[in-house]
Design a protein around this ligand. Structure first.
Ligand code: IVH
Length: 679
C-alpha cells in the first residue's frame, strides 16, 4: 500500500496546484491516469481507504482574500470516462435502477472552464461563488459582476421574480480572447497562461475587479442550485431548464442534443466532436445527463457526484514525431526558454512544428534528447506540449541537450535566476544590447497596449535592428523616409504610414510610454497607477523609493525595479533623447493632491457603479471618476458618497436608497463633474 499512500499525497499536491494556485504541474491526462490508479487501488482494497483520500472530496480550498461562503446546496463534481464501453455500462446501470421508465438523455458540451454558482434573489444577482470544496466556495461576486453576459437582473416578463434562484455553470475564456490576452502578457514580459482554463481560474481569483473586467471572460449556465418560488416555471427536465434559463436572459449553450437510447447518444457525441473545432471555446468532452428531473431524484448521488450524469471526455489528440533539435529563445527581458523544434505533424486540426519545453529542469525530468521520437499532445492546451519520449525508438545518436552557458544570440555568459513562481530555476541573458532583447523591446514599444504604433511589427523591427538603423526606442524617431523605403517589403506608402504612426505616438500619454519602456514588473496597470501620482517624467525621475512605495498598489519590488531603472545613466539618457525627439511625457491621469485650489471638489469621494449606462462604458465611467481623484469601490456602504446607476441596476441601487445615498444617472453624473470643475 505504499503506492496508495504515495498517490493520495501526490494527488493532494496536484489538486492544490490546480485548484488553489491555478498553476497545474502536469497535464490533465497524466492527472487522470494517476487518479484512476488510485480509484482502482481503493476498489481492490476498500478497507484501506483513507478518509482524506482525494476521491472523497471534490477538490480545492477557498482562496485567501475572498470570503468563504456555504453553498445552499452542495456543488458536486461529475464522474468521468474516456471509454465508450464505460459510457454504455453507465447507461445500462441507470436503466436497471429505473425499470419500466422511458429514459430521455441530453448531451451537452463539457465546457473546459471554472464551475461557479450564481444566486438571484427576487430577480437580482446577489452572489457568485466558486465551487471551492463543494460545500463552501469563494465569494467572487464582484469579479463575476464584471462579466457582461451575467445579467444583474433576470429578465422577468409579466410574472413575478422567483424568491431565490441559484444557477450553476461554467466561466470560460474564448480561444480568441485567450490568444489576445497571452499576446498582451508576452508584450508586457509576463508569463503566458498555459491554456484558457488556467487563464480563467487566474482571472477569477484576482483581487481587483477592475483588472478582472479587462479579461475576456464568458459564461454558460447548465444547472440549478437552490430554487424557491419559480411556480409554474419550475422545470421538469434539463431541456426545459435550458429554455427557462435562456428566457430569463441567462446564457446557455446553443448546442445540446436530446436522445433516446445509446445509439442516439453516440451519434450526438459524434456531432459534438465534429463541431468542436468550430466552437470558439475549449470543450474537453460531453456531459450526458438524464433529462427527467424527477427520475434524477430517484437515482440520487454518491458523496462526490450525481448518479444520473457522466462526463465523457474526448481523448487528447496525441501524435508521435521527431524532435529535430532544441533551440533557446531569448525574450525581451533576457529570459532564455528552450523550445522543441519538431518534424511538422498534424494535431487537433493544426500543424505543429514547435512545442515549449518550459525550462532546463523539464528537459532533464523527462529525459528529452535531440533526435528522439516524442509524443506531443494538444488537448485543451493551445500551446502544444511534449508529453514523453518514446524510449524504444531512441537511436544511438540521440544527443543530450546541454543548456547553453551563454546567450545563443549574443554569446554573453548566461545568468542563473531563481524565480519564486512556478517556473523554478531559469537562465537569462544579462546583456541589455543583446539583439534579441533589443528587438523584443522595440516590438513591445510599438505594440498596441503600449505606444500603439501602426506598422511596427516584428518583420520591420528585425530589419531595422539587423541593418543597425535602430538600437533603442529613441532611434525610431530619427528614421527617415529614405531609410525606411530602402528596406524589404517597404513601399513608399508603408514607410509614410509608419512615420505618421511614430509622429502620432509622440503625444501618447505618459503611462503608455512608461509601460512601453519595458521596466521589469511595470505592466499597464502599474504604469497607470504611477501616472496618477506624477505630473510628468521629470517629476518621476526625481522620485525615490519612499515616494513610489507610498502609492497604492505599488509594492517594494515594483518600486525598487523602477528606481533601479531610472538610476541607470543609459536609461536617463534614453529619456532625454525621447524628450528631444518631441515626445510629450505628461501625465493626463495626474491628480494634483497637494494644491487645494487645483483639487477637484469631489476628490476623495467614494463611488459605486451599478447597471448599464446609456453612453459611457463601465471603464470610461471609472476613468472619469478616478481622473478627479475620487475612487470606485465594489459595494455600497455607509462610506459611499455617490452611486452612479444605469439600466438594470441591481441590489446596490436598493441598498443605496435604503442608506439614503445620492444616486445619479449618467446625465446627472456628467453635469455634476462639469459643474464642479474649477470651483
Ligand atoms: S453538469 C452535479 N454540465 O465539468 C454536477 N458540468 O468534470 C453537474 N462542466 O463540475 C455538472 N460543462 O464544472 C455539467 N454542460 C455541463 C458542463 C459541466 C462543464 C464542468 C462542471 C463539472 C465538471 C465535471
Amino acid at each position: 500500500m505504499e503506492r496508495y499512500r504515495e498517490l493520495v499525497q501526490l494527488i493532494g499536491q496536484l489538486d492544490y496546484a490546480y485548484y488553489t494556485l491555478a498553476q497545474p504541474t502536469i497535464s490533465d491526462h497524466e492527472y487522470d491516469r494517476l487518479y484512476r490508479e488510485l480509484v482502482e487501488l481503493e476498489e481492490a482494497f476498500p478497507e484501506q481507504r483513507d478518509p482524506d483520500s482525494p476521491t472523497q472530496r471534490v477538490g480545492g480550498k477557498p482562496l485567501e482574500g475572498f470570503d468563504s461562503v456555504p453553498h445552499a446546496l452542495p456543488m458536486m463534481s461529475l464522474d468521468n470516462t474516456y471509454s465508450r464501453d464505460e459510457l454504455q455500462a453507465f447507461l445500462k446501470r441507470v436503466e436497471k435502477w429505473l425499470p419500466d421508465q422511458v429514459l430521455e438523455w441530453t448531451v451537452e458540451p463539457k465546457i473546459d472552464g471554472v464551475a461557479i454558482s450564481l444566486r438571484y434573489e427576487s430577480g437580482l444577482f446577489v452572489r457568485g461563488l466558486t465551487r471551492g470544496d463543494g460545500t463552501h466556495g469563494d465569494d467572487i461576486t464582484q469579479n463575476l459582476r464584471t462579466l457582461r453576459r451575467i445579467p444583474s437582473k433576470l429578465r422577468i416578463g409579466g410574472g413575478s421574480a422567483p424568491e431565490v434562484l441559484e444557477v450553476r455553470g461554467e466561466v470560460f475564456m474564448s480561444r480568441a480572447g485567450f490568444l489576445r490576452l497571452n499576446q498582451q502578457r508576452s508584450a508586457r514580459g509576463e508569463d503566458p497562461f498555459a491554456n484558457p482554463r488556467n487563464a480563467t481560474a487566474g482571472s477569477l481569483k484576482m483581487l481587483d475587479p477592475r483588472e478582472v473586467a479587462q479579461r475576456p471572460l464568458d459564461i454558460m449556465l447548465y444547472g440549478l442550485g437552490e430554487c424557491r418560488g419559480l411556480g409554474q416555471a419550475q422545470p421538469s427536465s434539463q431541456l426545459r431548464l435550458l429554455e427557462i434559463l435562456d428566457s430569463l436572459g441567462l446564457p446557455v449553450s446553443p448546442h445540446h442534443w436530446a436522445c433516446h437510447g445509446s445509439s442516439a447518444i453516440f451519434d450526438a457525441l459524434g456531432s459534438l466532436e465534429a463541431l468542436r473545432p468550430e466552437l470558439d471555446y475549449e470543450t474537453d468532452g460531453a456531459v450526458i445527463k438524464l433529462n427527467q428531473l424527477d427520475l434524477r431524484e430517484q437515482v440520487g448521488h454518491t458523496a462526490k457526484a450525481p448518479r444520473w450524469a457522466i462526463a465523457y471526455k474526448f481523448a487528447a489528440e496525441q501524435a508521435q514525431t521527431r524532435l529535430k533539435r532544441i533551440t533557446v529563445q531569448v525574450g525581451r527581458t533576457g529570459a532564455l526558454t528552450p523550445v522543441a523544434e519538431l518534424e511538422p505533424v498534424h494535431v487537433s486540426g493544426t500543424m505543429v512544428s514547435r512545442a515549449t519545453l518550459h525550462n532546463a529542469e523539464e528537459i532533464r525530468r523527462k529525459d528529452i534528447r535531440q533526435g528522439d521520437q516524442v509524443i506531443i499532445e494538444k488537448a485543451g492546451e493551445i500551446i502544444p506540449a511534449v508529453v514523453r519520449v518514446v524510449p524504444e525508438a531512441r537511436s544511438a545518436d540521440a544527443a543530450i541537450f546541454q543548456f547553453p552557458t551563454s546567450c545563443p544570440e549574443c554569446k554573453t555568459p548566461a545568468q542563473k535566476v531563481v524565480s519564486t513562481g512556478a517556473l523554478g530555476v531559469g537562465w537569462r541573458c544579462p546583456n541589455p544590447d543583446c539583439p534579441a532583447q533589443v528587438r523584443g523591446r522595440l516590438e513591445h514599444w510599438c505594440s498596441r497596449g503600449a505606444m500603439d504604433i501602426e506598422g511596427g511589427g516584428s518583420v520591420l523591427i528585425e530589419q531595422l535592428v539587423a541593418r543597425g538603423l535602430v538600437l533603442d526606442v529613441a532611434d525610431l524617431y530619427r528614421l527617415t523616409q529614405v531609410e525606411l523605403e530602402s528596406l524589404e517589403r517597404m513601399g513608399e506608402k508603408s514607410a509614410r504610414n509608419f512615420l505618421a504612426g511614430l509622429e502620432k505616438s509622440k503625444s501618447q500619454d505618459l503611462w503608455r510610454l512608461l509601460f512601453g519602456l519595458g521596466i521589469l514588473h511595470v505592466g499597464a496597470g502599474v504604469a497607470k497607477t504611477i501616472c496618477r501620482h506624477v505630473r510628468d517624467m521629470q517629476a518621476l525621475m526625481s522620485y525615490g523609493l519612499p515616494e513610489l512605495v507610498s502609492m497604492p498598489e505599488v509594492g517594494g519590488v515594483i518600486a525598487e525595479s523602477v528606481v533601479r531603472w531610472l538610476e541607470d545613466t543609459r536609461n536617463r539618457q534614453l529619456i532625454h533623447r525621447l524628450e528631444s525627439a518631441g515626445l510629450t511625457m505628461c501625465s493626463s491621469l495626474f491628480i494634483e493632491a497637494d494644491n487645494p485650489s487645483d483639487r477637484h471638489p469631489l476628490a476623495g469621494t467614494t463611488w459605486v457603479l451599478t447597471g448599464t449606462l446609456p453612453t459611457l462604458t463601465r471603464q470610461q465611467a471609472c476613468e472619469r471618476i478616478e481622473s478627479i481623484g475620487a475612487k470606485v469601490v465594489g459595494s455600497v456602504s455607509q462610506k459611499t458618497n455617490y452611486v452612479l446607476a444605469g439600466e438594470a441596476a441591481g441590489s446596490k441601487l436598493t441598498k443605496a436608497q435604503d442608506l439614503g445615498i445620492e444616486v445619479l444617472d449618467e446625465a446627472a453624473f456628467l453635469a455634476l463633474l462639469a459643474s464642479k470643475v474649477g470651483l
